[in-house]
Design a protein around this ligand. Structure first.
Ligand code: PMP
Length: 363
């Protein structure tokens, strides 16, 4: 058992990991059972490591119900490298990619895609500070588009898609970095899903990519080897040395997720946690949510106080009370409480109690 006191970590990523995962990793850190070495010291070509990787991928396939015509990859370079790899592989000459502009990360993805080929931006809510997700009516999709790119959860602005947009015949490509596996996901409605691991999957340094096999035919030999999805498919994500320790922790996290009843199990917990916090935000008017209600994220809860001075005091006092990482992103200001899968419900209760007390003292 861990005897060190852990504070409540509301950080947006890297973020809190499940305690049972950390405890198991700590127990086996010096020598994996039956191996006599730490997972960081063994070859990525060893059967021990290959088994860890394959088990993690099998657990992902089962958790998310990934159909057999999709390949699951563990890459590096973060979600940010996918901003480039997606268009490099999928934006074929003569076609246009549609991007739905729902936040700062979507905007970054757009900037990279533009280096590769024609991009059509649609459904932008930038003029409203990205405070909501566009409706289907606001999307003007390009007939015959190479793909439609969306960001399922906007980490900075605190908004999320409640249901997938209709992308017509174009494959839907989703940046799911900040809500992956927080709720059931209909993989079959996507062409490609990618996510940095450092919020809901494990530590930083791994990017999960789930790609429909037929899309691999779009990649060409003009691509650099490491930037070609086919390389990683052919080599089972072992073309070069992967983040072995990260894969191990990610595997433990998937096992933990399965023990909670998988994605529908965790979704129920996540809904409860977010509902408690939004109820407090809406209770008196002292706190003000920045996202429009119908677009509110269950993962990143963004809110403001009556003044920047109060926000600063709030953050400092919260930090002193063991509620860490509540400062909002500099682009939005205010507060952001990230309630990823591993964030415990009693941490939400502690924040709500703190908010009431703060309002009583300062309101
Ligand atoms: N997309 C989203 C939605 C994100 O939240 C982040 C990171 N916070 C990124 C992309 C970039 O991820 P990375 O740092 O792994 O490149």
């Amino acid at each position: 058992m861990t005897t060190i006191t852990r504070i409540y970590n509301f950080a947006a990523g890297p973020a809190i990991l499940p305690l049972p995962v950390l405890e198991e990793a700590q127990r086996d850190l010096i020598a994996l059972p039956g191996v006599g070495m730490s997972v960081m010291e063994i070859s990525h070509r060893s059967s021990t490591f290959e088994n860890l990787l394959h088990q993690a991928i099998a657990d992902i396939r089962e958790l998310a119900g990934v159909p057999s015509n999709y390949r699951i990859l563990m890459l590096q370079g973060g979600a940010s490298l996918q901003f480039s790899m997606v268009p490099m592989n999928l934006l074929t000459p003569g076609s246009t990619a549609d991007y739905i502009d729902t936040g700062s990360w979507a905007d970054k993805a757009i900037k990279e895609a533009r280096r590769v080929g024609p991009v059509h931006v649609t459904g932008s809510t930038k003029a409203e500070n990205y405070s909501r997700i566009p409706t289907q009516d606001e999307l003007q999709l390009t007939p015959g588009a190479a793909y439609v790119h969306m960001t399922s959860n906007n980490t900075i602005e605190g908004t999320e898609w409640k249901s997938l947009p209709n992308a017509g015949d174009a494959p839907l490509v989703t940046d799911a970095s900040s809500d992956i596996f927080s709720r059931p996901i209909d993989v079959a409605r996507h062409g490609l899903i990618y996510a940095g691991a450092q919020k809901n999957l494990g530590p930083a340094g791994i990017t999960l990519v789930v790609i429909r096999e037929d899309l691999l035919a779009r990649s060409t030999d003009a691509l650099h080897t490491m930037l070609d999805y086919r390389t990683h498919v052919k080599n089972d994500s072992l073309y070069n040395t992967p983040n072995t320790f990260g894969v191990y922790i990610l595997g433990l996290t998937m096992k933990w997720l399965r023990s909670l009843g998988g994605l529908s199990g965790i979704a129920a917990i996540n809904e409860r946690k977010a509902a408690k916090l939004y109820a407090e935000i809406d209770r008196s008017g002292f706190y003000r949510g920045t996202a429009q209600k119908e677009s509110r994220s269950l993962m990143n809860v963004t809110f403001r106080l009556p003044s920047p001075e109060l926000e600063k005091t709030f953050e400092q006092d919260a930090s002193a009370a063991g509620l860490d990482g509540l400062k909002g992103h500099r682009l939005v200001g205010g507060m952001r409480a990230s309630l990823y899968n591993a964030f415990p419900e009693n941490g939400v209760d502690a924040l709500v109690a703190f908010m009431r007390e703060f309002e009583r003292r300062r309101g």
